[in-house]
Design a protein around this ligand. Structure first.
Ligand code: HEC
Ligand code: HEC
Length: 413
């Protein structure tokens, strides 16, 4: 009903033995549960059934039978077939055609599923044992992008996370393990899971506004509109890349000192970096719960009983705890900037992106246009220098150098 989609299915008898249990996507909570203050279909059984049917038709009923909705922003091979998603076979008008590669789903199953889960919900069997937890792909939100906060990532952003991993987390680097072609297929599969999850969420939100008796609820045109919005965001990503208009300022001592003043909130822009990252950059600023409290809750005890430990905190600390969760509801910690470990990459441009446009979903705010590009480069230079010059933020050193700062300011003008 939504035009021709491409159906990919495992040809009979092919590697089915890998699946011991029936494979089913898991639904997002809003499909069935009442969620306070959020859209849900708990009391809309007809709309829910409609949403389920649409999901199965658009994306396939289960992970072994993949449908690709027309116009989905995935890569296609020369013949226009979205090739890399599943197994070795793609079903075409002429019958099943063998593909040269294992396919995105097979690769995902082997390398990613145990952390990111079958539906991309970030809840594979390994997930409870790692912190931070693996990403839930289903909202289309990614932290380490070259695009503005909340915008979708480019293919290059996803490629980079997969090739290089996220340093300091359990997310491994796959560059040595996967060929370039395989990485492309895995990028497609991650995108597929995101599109699928976002479509499901969009239907929950739309259905929540409708009457369960309304026969037109989630009718085809509406679903088509929802899909265009979901796909449009991914299609726009490439055009939204934030490119610094000025090249990096050379990392001179003056630039580093200017960056330090910005970091400490001593310029007229009054930046809050230190409030989160701490006056010494150790990731212990006052805006977050103290590190010892954080460590006690997150690491001392059964991960599945974290809520019980949160309940034991005194009330102000508990409130602060709740405000400082990330978008996915997980505990969050500002980076310790005294060690040179950066999840999103250590190149100056990576840090430029982090500071200019923030980290989606992780409370690190965008700083452009509040400060200009040169100031961002000064901050990048400061951040890159700090681990190797720990005294940059050491008590007297900081206060005793106003002349140097004044000189640096003068040099800048
Ligand atoms: C051992 C567990 C583990 C495995 C295996 C794993 N990941 Fe991850 N992945 C993570 C964690 C943890 C994060 C989130 C880290 C964070 O939020 O700071 C993550 C985040 C991501 C992100 C999001 C990056 C961003 O910008 O937000 C992508 C994309 C991703 N993983 C893809 C993959 C793919 C593809 C594979 C398989 C080829 C894979 N991961 C395998 C643990 C894993
Ligand atoms: C409101 C709190 C907040 C403010 C303000 C803030 N940050 Fe962050 N920052 C965070 C959090 C939280 C993280 C960790 C995100 C994560 O690990 O997912 C982070 C991470 C970082 C990282 C690590 C990026 C990476 O790839 O791992 C750098 C560098 C950084 N911030 C620099 C800065 C600078 C410089 C400023 C001021 C211009 C600043 N931050 C302001 C909260 C903040």
């Amino acid at each position: 009903m939504f035009g021709p989609w491409i159906v990919l299915a495992l040809a009979a008898g092919c590697s089915d033995a890998d699946f011991a249990a029936p494979l089913a996507y898991e639904e997002q909570p809003g499909m069935t549960r009442e969620l306070e203050g959020k859209s849900h279909l708990a009391d809309k059984p007809r709309i829910r059934e409609r949403a389920r049917a649409v999901m199965a038709e658009l994306y396939g009923p289960n992970p072994k039978e993949i449908h690709v909705p027309e116009g989905a922003p995935l890569s296609a091979d020369e013949s226009g077939v979205v090739g890399g998603l599943l197994g070795n076979f793609v079903r075409t008008a002429e019958g099943p055609r063998k593909l040269p590669h294992a396919g995105g789903f097979a690769l995902y199953r082997r390398h990613c599923l145990h952390c990111h889960g079958l539906s991309g919900a970030g809840n594979g069997p390994t997930a409870p044992f790692v912190f931070p937890p693996p990403r839930d792909f289903r909202r289309g939100l990614f932290k380490f992008t070259s695009t503005p906060t909340g915008a979708r990532p480019t293919r290059d952003d996803l490629r980079r996370s997969i090739n290089d991993g996220l340093e300091g987390t359990s997310m491994p680097a796959f560059k040595a393990l996967l060929t370039e072609e395989e990485v492309e297929q895995v990028v497609d599969y991650v995108t597929f899971l995101s599109l699928r999850g976002e479509t499901e969420l969009a239907m929950i939100e739309e259905g929540f506004l409708g009457e369960d008796e309304d026969p037109d609820a989630l009718e085809d045109d509406i679903v088509q509109d929802l899909l265009s919005v979901v796909f449009g965001k991914w299609e726009d990503a490439e055009d939204r890349v934030v490119d610094p208009p000025t090249p990096r300022t050379p990392p001179s001592p003056e630039s580093v000192l200017r960056g330090r003043e910005l970091f400490l909130g001593r310029t007229k822009e009054k930046l809050e970096c230190a409030g989160c990252h701490g006056p010494k950059g150790r990731g212990d600023g006052q805006s977050f719960v103290p590190p010892d409290v954080f460590n006690r809750v997150v690491f001392r005890g059964d991960p599945s009983k974290m809520d019980e430990r949160v309940a034991l905190l005194d009330e102000p600390t508990r409130e602060l705890w709740k405000q400082k969760l990330d978008e996915w509801g997980n505990p969050l910690r500002p980076a310790n900037l005294t060690v040179p470990v950066y999840k999103g990459g250590r190149r100056p441009i990576d840090l430029y992106w982090r500071i200019a446009k923030g980290i989606t979903g992780a409370q690190m705010p965008a700083h452009y246009p509040g400060i200009d590009h040169d100031q961002i480069w000064d901050l990048v230079n400061f951040v890159l220098a700090l681990p190797y010059q720990p005294d940059l933020l050491d008590g007297p050193g900081v206060a005793a150098e106003p002349e140097a700062v004044a000189e640096a300011e003068a040099a800048r003008r």
